[in-house]
Write a protein that binds this ligand. Structure first.
Ligand code: SIN
Length: 291
């Protein structure tokens, strides 16, 4: 790798003018953003997680802002894969950048079942297999901490699609490097490092948790060094590209993650404050590197 890292990337055999991806959960299935200009500067969009059956998700409140970040407890709310295929993905054909579909499941087999249904669509270039949601009782992060389960999920997905897929791992328990190796052994074409960190907010006057499931997923620019370390560890251990997710608020953060070994860099919480963050980060990076 040369330094500073190049902003233009080659990923999954395609040329990307931007390494910035909109993380799962920030853009619906892409259709929500079509009329806005906030996709300018985005290299790709990752959809909200889709499961086989519709999911109501967790009781509100689902988001809680903290002084330095955001707690989320969505619970994989989505209308189910058949609704997504019929009603949401057709509009995503108008996206100006590639789409990856984030897939979640409550059992090892569900991931492959969802992907099988999505295979009838041509709007997406690949998948992000979400074995790491911290907000669902069934499946979720428990899948991602066990390399054997990760292996079986990846093998199941490999059997039903020829499209590339990334496996999104959890930072909450287990050994991420071992899970990443298992995902690659099972056929993964990338590793997303990583899902949200477990966090909690307790009202000290009442002792009650504001978030109903108590523990939630935490995102924050302060997590950048934690994500950089994990990207570096995983990218040095596997042969497939790493997609980083978490900790970005500035162009130099994206460049640091690329320097750590990420091929693409997802942004999430930043978009809540700055809907045009992808373009802003690109402008900052171009100024910094002169590219
Ligand atoms: C959620 O739906 O609760 C968040 C999704 C995730 O973290 O994977």
């Amino acid at each position: 790798m040369s330094f500073p890292p190049a902003i233009r990337r080659k990923f999954w055999g395609r040329d990307f003018s931007s390494p910035v991806m909109l993380a799962s959960g920030t853009a619906g299935f892409g259709e929500e953003l079509l009329d806005l200009q906030c996709l300018s500067g985005a290299g790709a969009v990752v959809s909200k997680a889709v499961t086989f059956n519709p999911r109501e998700g967790n009781l509100p409140p689902r988001l809680l802002e903290t002084p330095f970040g955001l707690l989320n407890s969505i619970g994989l709310a989505n209308p189910g894969v058949y609704h997504v295929v019929k009603h949401l993905l057709p509009a995503a054909a108008g996206l100006p950048c590639p789409l990856l579909i984030n897939v979640a499941g409550e059992s090892v087999d569900e991931f492959a079942d969802v992907v099988s249904v999505l295979e009838e669509c041509s709007v997406h270039i690949g998948y992000e297999i979400n074995v790491s949601c911290p907000n669902a009782a069934e499946g979720g992060a428990a899948f991602g901490v066990d390399p054997d389960v990760v292996l079986r999920v990846a093998q199941g997905v490999s059997k039903v699609t020829g499209r590339p897929f990334s496996v999104k791992l959890t930072p909450n328990g287990g050994d991420m490097v071992q899970s990443a190796k298992a995902a690659v052994e099972g056929g993964a074409s990338a590793i997303t490092v990583c899902n949200t960190f477990l966090g909690m907010h307790i009202d000290w006057e009442t002792g009650k948790c504001v978030i109903k499931r108590k523990v939630a997923g935490y995102t924050s620019p302060a997590l950048l060094p934690l994500v950089v370390a994990r990207v570096w560890q995983v990218s040095n251990a596997v042969s497939v590209p790493v997609i980083s997710s978490g900790g970005v608020s500035r162009g130099e953060d994206v460049l640091q993650l690329l320097a750590a070994g990420a091929e693409m860099v997802q942004i999430g919480t930043r978009l809540m404050r700055r809907p045009f963050a992808a373009g802003e980060l690109m402008d900052e990076m171009k100024k910094l590197t002169g590219e």
